[in-house]
Design a protein around this ligand. Structure first.
Ligand code: SF4
Length: 324
């Protein structure tokens, strides 16, 4: 494999024994990063063109770089021991990222025919998505990030509908294997988020929810993260839709989620256990502390919640229909 340095998220590097940090929660997906100095200008992203963030950052995570030679043995061992059930390749939009990322996928697939393998790439074309599936990806993530055309144009630049067209076409070609990301807190309303989630659901697209986190050096460094109550309501709506709920039954008032019908017994049981507040997205992608620091409110729990945590998260929703 071409010898380019590969970014490895600090949590992943710790599980692999490549970095010594104390982990409060272990990641169950190994995250790696290809490329740097992105050509895109996403206002929230540390890798974006124009960002003054420290290098080797994405979200609030640091990504120390390692050679494939250093990474290969520990990664193979961690996969065979079941420490990682998925590997996710994040790519920065630059000419240098695609070739090595494809090569990495091929190597990992050769290493383990079974391990789940995701890649996250800018939704530019379906032809590009095909390249990643051909190299052994089980899932391709095409992050749209912003919930509405207005927020997309302001925060990312470009056309929301063009990005959705690639996403929806890919989902038709590879049913059940295409996902996207939605970042809550970029200036959208909860109604925008519900519309986004319902659209993704009707196209069979999995959504990974992220809470916006301001990163120093980015254009949005001074924007506060979303209010926990706002995030919890969107999490609850996302879970409700994922588990067969009907978007029409999410009551919206002045752009805000006012109530969600949780009458089904099985759904109610899962909600009371805190399932909606666990990290969402591809299976086994738990992303511990991706958007929050240890000790802060956990926007996404990387594990099952305790009874107390579930009750707190539910009451943070501030919805009468979500109370016990
Ligand atoms: S949900 Fe997780 S595993 Fe899936 S593409 Fe996003 S970051 Fe990768």
């Amino acid at each position: 494999m071409e010898t380019v340095p590969i970014g490895v998220s600090s949590g992943t590097a710790s599980v692999l024994g490549l970095k010594r940090i104390r982990l409060m929660e272990k990641p169950t997906t190994a995250h790696v990063l290809f490329g740097e100095d992105c050509l895109n200008r996403c206002a929230f992203c540390a890798q974006a063109k124009g960002s003054r963030s420290a290098p080797n950052h994405l979200s609030r995570v640091t990504w120390p770089r390692f050679s494939w030679e250093a990474l290969k043995g520990p990664l193979a061992a961690a996969i065979s021991q079941g420490a990682f059930k998925r590997v996710c390749v994040q790519t920065v939009e630059c000419p240098e990222s695609q070739g090595p990322a494809l090569e990495f996928l091929r190597e990992v697939r050769e290493m383990s025919p079974q391990v789940l393998l995701s890649v996250a790439v800018t939704p530019v074309s379906v032809a590009r998505v095909k390249l990643f599936f051909e190299k052994g990806a089980t899932n391709v993530g095409l992050p749209i990030d912003a919930a509405s055309p207005e927020v997309y144009a302001r925060v990312k630049g470009g056309s929301f509908e063009r990005a959705w067209a690639v996403l929806e076409k890919a989902a038709r070609l590879w049913p059940g294997r295409v996902s996207t990301h939605l970042i809550v807190g970029l200036g959208e309303t909860e109604e925008d988020a519900v519309r986004f989630l319902a659209r993704a659901k009707s196209a069979g697209i999995t959504v990974g929810l992220f809470a916006f986190t301001p990163v120093r050096g980015t254009a949005m460094e001074k924007t506060p993260p979303p209010d926990v109550s706002n995030y919890r309501r969107v999490q609850l709506a996302a879970y409700y839709l994922k588990r067969g709920g009907n978007a029409e039954k999410i009551e919206l008032r002045d752009g805000r989620i006012a109530s969600i019908d949780l009458d089904r017994t099985d759904l109610r049981r899962e909600v009371l256990a805190g399932k909606p507040f666990e990290t969402s997205g591809c299976l086994y992608c738990n992303r511990p502390y991706y958007t929050e620091r240890p000790g802060q409110v956990m926007m996404n729990y990387p594990r099952a919640l305790t009874e107390q945590e579930a009750l707190e998260a539910l009451s943070e929703c501030g919805l009468a229909s979500a109370r016990t």
